[in-house]
Design a protein around this ligand. Structure first.
Ligand SMILES: [Fe+2]
Ligand SMILES: [Fe+2]
Length: 342
């Protein structure tokens, strides 16, 4: 991954937003922005950017942040039921990582002028979405492994190209997130390997979890390209680097040999290697199911939102205490500054 900070910023030319009576006019700024994108350089927070670019990024980053936070729930349910202290500690650490990913991403959205409290409000009022995958239930401990393998695996396919996204803070947040996601994927696979070496009942649990999570995981990449109207603009702005269908194909090609090694069957009779294309052919996900889940009618939508709302309400005192502490600290350092100046 090449995400070095050497990609130059455009801030020197464009300067911060705000009135600029003698500054360059909008057309110049836009040309400069386009040229920066064309040179594969980064747009930074203080650079001029088109409103549509800013809006698209805020929506995408917020949706990504919400997914990380809601994504803590399906596996979080298994922390208390994990079969050993070791598995509990691993799962605890993984779920905590997801909270961290949410925080980096909310911070990246704030560099675009979004307000984190407002984004949270939009989530809990259902005005902003999160990934459809987290609206499916985790029925056995094998689901924890399959989520690591499939869901974190799909996240890696989606997010590694985002390390080269045109918006600097988003791209840089992705570098660390991807490292952790790849660790998550391996822990999921290792858990499944262990279960596959166990009893028949454990092997059945793994196969059952694979059967339930395979198609929803393919849907994580979003609708097919011809039904994804925003993709072309996002790709032109280099926010997104590959289309939904390309990424889905990449995920299938990556996962098939892993499934063989594990000894499970992927539940798709149309899945086969196509030597001519150099890729696997596979069946069509049930797009009407994706639509249903996205529009709020998945198996666990209501439960996920209810829990998020409750956690937000119950966390009010923590936010108040943190704000009061920050205000006190600010006052103290202000006093110290005045004291030093006097
Ligand atoms: Fe994550
Ligand atoms: Fe993860």
């Amino acid at each position: 991954m090449t995400t070095s900070d050497s990609a130059s910023s455009t801030s020197s030319a464009a300067g911060p937003a705000g009135p600029r009576p003698e500054g360059p006019d909008e057309q110049d700024l836009e040309q400069h922005f386009d040229a920066t994108i064309a040179r594969d350089q980064r747009i930074e927070p203080r650079d001029w950017m088109p409103d549509g670019y800013r809006r698209t990024l805020i929506r995408q980053i917020a949706q990504h942040a919400h997914s990380e936070i809601i994504g803590m729930q399906p596996e979080g349910e298994w922390i208390m039921k994990a079969p050993s202290l070791r598995r509990k500690a691993i799962l605890f650490a993984k779920v905590q990582d997801e909270a961290g990913h949410g925080l980096y991403l909310y911070s990246a959205a704030e560099t675009l002028g979004a307000d984190r409290a407002d984004l949270t409000q939009r989530l809990i009022e259902g005005r902003q979405k999160y990934s459809s995958i987290f609206n499916y239930p985790t029925l056995s401990f094998a689901d924890v492994g399959v989520i690591g393998w499939f869901v974190d695996g799909a996240a890696i396919c989606n997010q590694v190209p985002l390390c080269r996204s045109s918006y600097g803070p988003y791209a840089r947040a992705m570098v660390r997130i991807c490292k952790e996601e790849s660790f998550h994927q391996r822990q999921g696979y290792e858990l499944l390997m262990t279960m596959m070496r166990g009893t028949d009942a454990q092997r059945e649990m793994v196969q059952d979890a694979v059967d339930r999570w395979w198609w929803p995981s393919l849907m994580m990449f979003g609708p097919p390209d011809d039904a994804s109207p925003n993709s072309a603009q996002s790709m032109a702005w280099k926010i997104k680097r590959h289309s939904n269908d390309e990424l889905r194909q990449r995920f299938v090609d990556m996962t098939v040999p892993q499934a063989e090694k594990l000894g499970v069957t992927l539940p798709d009779p149309e899945l086969r290697w196509n030597a001519e294309r150099g890729h696997h052919d596979f069946g069509t996900p049930d797009w009407s199911e994706l639509q249903r889940v996205i529009s709020g009618d998945g198996p666990c939508n209501a439960q996920r939102m209810e829990r998020r709302r409750t956690a937000h309400e119950e966390g009010a005192w923590v936010r108040e205490a943190a704000s009061a502490y920050a205000a006190k600290q600010a006052k103290q350092s202000e006093r110290a500054r005045k004291g030093a100046a006097a």
